[in-house]
Design a protein around this ligand. Sequence first.
Ligand code: CDP
Length: 228
Amino acid sequence: MPNSYIPVITIDGPTASGKGTVAQRVAQHLGFHYLDSGALYRLTALSVMRRATPLDDEHALAKAAEHLHCHFNGAHIFLANEDVSNDIRAEEVGNLASKIAAIPTVRQALFGLQLSFRQHPGLVADGRDMGTVIFPHAGLKVFLTASVEARAQRRYKQLIDKGFSANMEDLSKDLTERDARDSNRSSAPLKAAEGAYLLDTSAMTVDQAVEQVLSWYAAAKALHTQSE
Ligand code: CDP
């Protein structure tokens, strides 16, 4: 492989499908960088919530995304030097993130920042449009799904573990609404990229899902080396 080649693995999928956990573990295993692209939309949402930016002012929303002062340090996510790792996981922030993510100028404002995560020795990127829009030439693309019930249960556990209150009925409703909004928007809708491997994790453990992605990656890497 030429030195300039920086491999990318994309893991896209609906809300609470477990893609973040799987992507992080795969990145850790390979010693790759990790991009949580959803966190960028959540940071933008938190930033506009705090500044009470009018939600019908698309220009101001895009500006908030463009001037996002954020940085990542391991599992910690900072907005203007404040650790907001927990705050951005609140459901209201996720729901607002999904609303503003439908605005093309907001997506455009976050484009370059996402590309900058592609650094040696490689990147695992998770989100909705990693394989379709941001890294369309990724060496391995995965579309990770799970049933609404499995996803609502995972999100419930995640929220309770973080000290938020949650109830299953509201969560299932939120997930279904968010799926519909993310899939039906005209700009970068949630869908499997061409050539993506589909992985339904409803009945799988995290370890099994990680193993599957790693074995697809080993096969894709062997193929890439052969074609050099
Ligand atoms: O944690 P969860 O899967 O619910 O969401 P997330 O990955 O943190 O993303 C929050 C929201 O940002 C999603 O509902 C999407 O609408 C949006 N998003 C997006 O549009 N494109 C991405 N690449 C990542 C997230």
